[in-house]
Design a binder for this molecule. Structure first.
Ligand SMILES: [Zn+2]
Length: 281
């Protein structure tokens, strides 16, 4: 059983264009990670097995009982129609955040849109080739995969798979090697139809259990508090890598990281959490 067959209720803290939305599963059963068979190639990233009828599997958090690990994830959002705003000087990147993660030696997973990789190819390549990080897919366009998703433009069902593939192509063109087969839905919005559209792509959908609340935030301490209050062993925290709409994230991280380490947490990438759930690491 996987989350894909149940109704999903999204709880959004803030505005539309940025995915700052927590997802809570409807009553009726907890998410169950379905272990895939161990990867045939030792370098193959761990994924979850497909659900019934081949539906795309969904991962939201790791084991609560296998030690104090936590995965920080950063969505590098840029919507397909934001090019003119970037051309006028709006910054959708956040190099200082990446520099701070490096300085603090914090492994992290960056869910990147293909449009972001096109706008910032040097940064995309630098993140993609740094073993501290892994790049995963946040769609090409940052358009929604369901009809009603915080005002985002909606992709037609027959365009969904192509949008995901286009992002992987954009990563490769930017020089990102080995982007992970993990996909985060824009806004966290998905339904059975979207999971079916991506079946066969080989991706594992990755949600989260902790909303950082950094989208449009102005108070870094409040973001840090929200993360610290939410983290449990195995948590996946969603934050953002874009100065334009998440200007306090880097400062919040400078508070969050030492405090979680003081509490005994170890930072890991999403692949490690999935691998542990799938029994492959
Ligand atoms: Zn997003």
């Amino acid at each position: 059983m996987i989350a894909s067959v149940r109704r999903v209720i999204s709880v959004c803290t803030l505005g539309a264009a940025l995915a700052a939305c927590g997802t809570v599963e409807a009553p009726g059963g907890g998410r169950t990670a379905v272990p895939s068979t161990p990867a045939r190639h030792p370098a193959a990233p761990p994924t979850l097995a497909a659900g019934p009828a081949g539906l795309t599997p969904v991962f939201a958090s790791g084991s609560r009982t296998r030690g104090k690990t936590v995965a920080l994830t950063f969505d590098a959002d840029m919507t397909a129609d934001q090019g003119p705003r970037a051309a006028e000087g709006e910054r959708f990147d956040n190099p200082q955040l990446i520099a701070t993660l490096r300085a603090l030696k914090v492994p992290a997973t960056v869910f990147m849109t293909g449009r972001w990789a096109e706008e910032y190819p040097v940064q995309a390549r630098g993140i993609g080739r740094d073993p501290l990080f892994e790049v995963a897919n946040h769609s090409y366009s940052h358009y929604a995969f369901t009809a009603d998703c915080y005002g985002l433009p909606t992709l037609d069902e027959d365009r969904m798979r192509a949008d995901v593939d286009r992002a992987f192509k954009a990563f490769r063109r930017a020089g990102v090697r080995n982007a992970k087969p993990y996909f985060r839905f824009p806004g966290g919005c998905y339904d059975r139809r979207a999971l079916r559209a991506l079946s066969g792509s080989g991706v594992t959908a990755v949600q989260w259990d902790v909303v950082g609340g950094d989208a449009f935030a102005t108070d870094a301490d409040a973001v840090a508090r929200q993360v610290l209050e939410g983290v449990r062993p195995g948590s996946v925290v969603v934050l953002h890598c874009t100065r334009s709409a998440a200007p306090t994230t880097e400062r919040a991280i400078r508070t969050v990281v030492p405090e979680l380490r003081r509490q005994g947490y170890r930072f890991v990438k999403v692949s490690e959490l999935i691998g542990a759930s799938a029994g492959t690491s």
